[in-house]
Design a protein around this ligand. Structure first.
Ligand SMILES: [Zn+2]
Length: 235
């Protein structure tokens, strides 16, 4: 058999293999698994974000509680001072009262913030639980589909192996240069080997130049397309 006939047959099985690989990539369960995997990663990210927020809130809460404790102690100290060592003028008494009032209002503000932080923390806890439940459901679904897909993949891999072997056996007897050329053309134009169709390239439909038509008339079994680079078989 001529080289161009061999490469033509080689292409038939090579395209079959390519098509099968494409089908494997497009497997519905495989796509579902990718979707679930992405979703799980997203949930992980969400949990991490909540954890960071909870940490920051916890630090702030701790600092506020400490500060409120310290301020309360100061207020108590002033109160003790008022009874044990009362100020000797009305002006000083007023000053002291103003200081204490300021402290008490500060404590009030901090306590409001503490209450808000506690409420927000609880909301974050709820969020965290919800995310965990969602993730667990997705994980179970992922595992369920994975078991099915693994079986499918095992079967598909067997068939893929058969196709690969067929491609390899079809390559026997073909010049290495021609095979390399096939591979190079395939990168930009697939399938790389085509047939002539009413004086045009069967791949890109470009009209063949007069020079190519001449060499066909003088018996050349194939020409190369100037436009897409494909090998155009004449017969
Ligand atoms: Zn072409």
């Amino acid at each position: 058999m001529e080289q161009y006939e061999l490469i033509w047959e080689y292409q038939q099985v090579d395209m079959e293999l390519e098509q099968y690989e494409k089908e494997m990539r497009n497997n519905t369960n495989r796509k579902e698994l990718i979707k679930y995997r992405d979703f799980l990663l997203e949930q992980q990210g969400a949990l991490k974000k909540i954890e960071t927020e909870v940490d920051i809130m916890g630090d702030r809460l701790e600092a506020l509680v400490d500060e409120v404790g310290r301020l309360n102690k100061t207020v108590n100290d002033y109160r003790t001072q008022l009874t044990s060592n009362p100020p000797d003028s009305q002006e000083k008494a007023k000053e002291l009262i103003t200081t204490v009032e300021k402290l008490v209002s500060k404590i009030g503000r901090y306590e409001t913030e503490i209450a808000k932080l506690r409420k927000d923390s609880e909301a974050r806890d709820r969020q965290q639980r919800e995310v965990r439940v969602r993730a667990a459901k997705a994980r179970a679904e992922f595992d369920r589909i994975k078991a099915i897909y693994d079986e499918e993949y095992k079967e598909a891999s067997k068939h893929l192996e058969v196709l690969k072997n067929r491609v390899a056996s079809k390559a026997i007897g073909i010049n290495k240069e021609l095979l390399d050329k096939y591979t190079v053309i395939k990168r930009h134009s697939s399938p790389p080997i085509t047939k002539i169709r009413e004086g045009r390239c069967g791949g890109c439909n470009m009209q063949l130049p007069a020079a190519d038509m001449n060499s066909i008339r003088t018996g050349s079994p194939y020409v190369e397309c100037e436009n897409c680079g494909r090998i155009i078989l004449v017969k």
